[in-house]
Structures are given as structure tokens and as C-alpha cells.
Write a protein that binds this ligand. Structure first.
Ligand code: 13P
Length: 287
């Protein structure tokens, strides 16, 4: 059964480790991520962007697929199904479809409007036992065609949003989605420290997990980050595994064109990436 992300993130914050959010795109992605979580006895958050939801034909399909896998694979570790960067309408649809967690990304809205909409969603999520992530200060980079630059959130605004009763808070600290440019200045630990001091026990979320050096990940966790989102890195692993299979001509041998063979190396590569990240984040055996 899907669970809210609240308990797993409270435990992570108190235990000084982070739970990974791995974005899914299809059945292979989901199977790979869940297999990794089972193998390492780790909690996991499956992230679904609005674009990925649309790609998979809609949120109800996603809920049906994930719930089916939890049962058929006999998954016992805590799994949350989470809308990533949802707008207000997207959040409403996922609540209705049976997600266990949502992110309302009102970071581009004027702070007052972000507050009003967040408040309304907090009440609905509380009622339904769901978790809610809010965002302050837009996370840069490109995600589903939305481009922003690596901003740092205002700690006072973070406190305002945290006080509305959200479960977890994403705050820009110079992080961006996708690959980091060569001239990236790194995470702003000063900002993170100021936010953590004002928000206390609130689990903080680090977006743009792809390509952040290990020492920075560890430092971010020590300063209150309890959830780290990874998307691009799994996509790169999948593409590399698939490329190798095709380029070595394996699809041309026997029934190598069978998708149940052709998609295996890419799927295994996603699983390996998820395993590596769970070890780095410290969530192994925390189920
Ligand atoms: P990356 O694609 O950079 O790993 O970021 C993922 C993310 O933050 C999803 O919200």
C-alpha cells in the first residue's frame, strides 16, 4: 500500500540521512526503482512530473501501475507516490487519482498567492493523510521545458511557508535540474543553514540531485536535507545501457529485438543508479 512521505522523512531528518525521490517514466523505470528499494530495504519516493504523468496517459494509469506492482512484487518497504512540481490543477488531479503525496510548486507565484493555494492544499492533504511538499525560490535548470536559474530562497519566506503545515519544503540553494554547467558555483550552504535554523524539524528537499558532488550531498544532509530528487541521472543511465545493447548489434541476434530483452540493460542501469544513490543518501536498511 502506498504511504504518505511524512513518516519516512521525519525519521530521515531525525536520523541524519535522506530518502531518494526517483522520477519514473514508465513500467521499466518503476520496476527498477522498486527492485532497488526492496534489495536495499530502503524507503523510496516515486516522483512523477506532470509531463511524465501525461506521457503515461494520465495519473490514474500511474496509480494503477504502481499499486499493481506493490502487490505483485510483494513490496514491503515504504513507498510514496509523489507528484513532482505540480501546479494547482495537477495537484487536485493527483489527489483524486490516488497519489499519496504531492508537491505544489507555487514558487513562480507572488508569495501571497503561493501561501493561499498552499494553505488550501495543506487542509485537503491533512484530511486525506497525504504529504505535501512546497517550494520557495525557483530551482533552476530545465525540467519539462521550464527553464530557471539557480536561485537562493529567502529564509524568511521559507519559514512562512513551513508554518502553513506543509510536510516538507524545497528551497532553492543554488541547485538546478539537469546537468550542472562547468561554471556552477556549488550549493549555498549558508542559505541552507539559515533556512534550517528557521524551520527546525521540517524535512528539507534538495532538487536537482543529478551531478551534485558526493561531499556536497553529505554536507547538505548534515544541514537538514532529508529528501533528494534524482531524475536526469537515471535517464542518462538508461540511455547508455540501451545504446550499448543496440550498438553492439544485440538486437539483430536471434530475438534480441524483443522489448523484454532490448529494455533489460537500460532497466538494470537505472536500478544500479538508484542503488548507488540510496547508499550515498544513507537510506539503506531504513525501511
Ligand atoms: P535532476 O533531473 O537534476 O536529477 O533533478 C530531479 C528533480 O529535482 C526532480 O524534481
Amino acid at each position: 500500500m502506498l504511504v504518505s512521505a511524512e513518516e519516512m522523512l521525519k525519521k530521515a531528518k531525525a536520523g541524519h540521512y535522506a530518502v531518494g525521490q526517483f522520477n519514473i517514466n514508465n513500467l521499466e523505470w518503476t520496476k527498477a526503482a522498486l527492485s532497488a528499494a526492496m534489495e536495499l530495504n530502503s524507503p523510496i519516493i516515486l516522483g512523477v512530473s506532470m509531463g511524465a504523468g501525461k506521457y503515461m496517459t494520465g495519473y490514474k494509469t500511474v496509480v494503477g501501475m504502481v499499486n499493481g506492482m506493490l502487490e505483485e512484487m510483494n513490496v514491503k518497504v515504504p513507498v510514496a507516490l509523489h507528484l513532482d512540481h505540480g501546479d494547482y490543477e495537477g495537484c487536485k488531479k493527483c489527489i483524486e487519482a490516488g497519489f499519496s503525496s504531492i508537491m505544489f510548486d507555487g514558487s513562480h507565484l507572488p508569495i501571497q498567492e503561493n501561501i493561499e493555494k498552499t494553505k488550501e492544499l495543506v487542509a485537503i492533504c491533512r484530511d486525506k493523510g497525504m504529504s505535501l511538499e512546497a517550494e520557495v525560490g525557483s530551482i533552476g535548470g530545465e525540467e519539462d521545458g521550464v527553464v530557471g536559474k539557480g536561485e537562493c530562497a529567502d529564509p524568511d519566506e521559507c519559514k512562512k511557508i513551513a508554518d502553513l503545515g506543509v510536510t516538507m519544503l524545497a528551497a532553492g540553494i543554488g541547485n538546478i535540474h539537469g546537468k550542472y554547467p562547468d561554471n556552477w558555483e556549488g550549493l549555498s550552504f549558508e542559505t541552507l543553514d539559515a533556512i534550517q535554523k528557521l524551520t527546525g524539524d521540517m524535512p528539507l528537499v534538495l532538487h536537482g540531485g543529478t551531478g551534485i558532488p558526493e561531499d556536497m550531498i553529505k554536507k547538505a544532509i548534515s544541514l537538514g536535507v532529508a529528501k533528494i530528487n534524482v531524475n536526469t541521472e537515471c535517464q542518462i543511465s538508461f540511455a547508455a545501457g540501451t545504446r550499448k545493447y543496440i550498438e553492439s548489434g544485440k538486437d539483430l541476434v536471434g530475438k534480441g529485438f524483443d522489448p523484454r530483452k532490448l529494455l533489460v540493460p537500460g532497466t538494470d542501469a537505472i536500478k544500479a543508479t538508484v542503488v548507488e544513490k540510496m547508499k550515498l543518501f544513507g537510506s539503506v536498511d531504513k525501511a
